[in-house]
Design a protein around this ligand. Structure first.
Ligand code: ACO
Length: 152
């Protein structure tokens, strides 16, 4: 499938349907859109994926949100988005790219490690501190954030 990945120029056109797939908190997603750089992948005119980059520390950029439309998942678009995120982070002069996901997100952990990220920390109780409702995935409560990073 041919994908056209473009920076989001107008925050009012942010693809919330996709952004909320990766993060159920509208408040956090709105903050990411305000603070970060969002890139949207189009198949023709249809937005099928996105990622958001934020500078967190000097020379460190984080992918704070990444999603592919459900119907298109499992076809390699996620890997393509991460490859583009790596390019964009290098363009931002970052030396480290980070990403975090829930303790129960096994597919995501597989994808991130396949793309070259390594686990370096666990933010204990991150999802309990930052989300009002309890979140469950495959019968496991999402409590801790697994933090991964790669050198660029
Ligand atoms: N369905 C199938 N395979 C998946 C999935 C999935 N939902 N997620 C990850 N994988 C695995 C596959 O096994 C595949 O490995 P393989 O090549 O050995 O088969 C590998 O990851 C690559 O998969 P892609 O097809 O490139 O990934 P995809 O296009 O499905 O995108 C993503 C992955 C972004 C996680 C997507 O499934 C999605 O949007 N999920 C819902 C939202 C989400 O969880 N976002 C991440 C939250 S964390 C954060 O935003 C920082």
């Amino acid at each position: 499938m041919s994908l056209n990945i473009k920076p989001l120029l107008n925050p009012l056109e942010a693809p919330y349907e996709l952004l909320l797939l990766a993060d159920p908190s509208r408040r956090l997603v709105e903050e990411y859109i305000k603070r970060g750089d969002c890139f949207v992948a189009y198949s023709g005119d249809e937005p099928v994926g996105e990622f958001v980059l934020i500078r967190t520390h000097p020379q460190t950029v984080e992918i704070v949100n990444i999603a592919v439309k459900e119907h298109y998942q499992g076809q390699g678009i996620g890997q393509t988005l991460i490859a583009r995120a790596i390019e964009e982070a290098k363009r931002m002069d970052a030396r480290t790219l980070e990403i975090g996901t829930g303790n129960s997100s096994f597919m995501q952990l597989k994808l991130y490690q396949k793309c070259g990220f390594r686990i370096f920390a666990v933010d204990i109780d991150f999802f309990i501190r930052n989300y009002e409702a309890e979140i469950f995935e495959d019968g496991i409560q999402v409590k801790d954030m697994i933090r991964l990073r790669m050198d660029l």
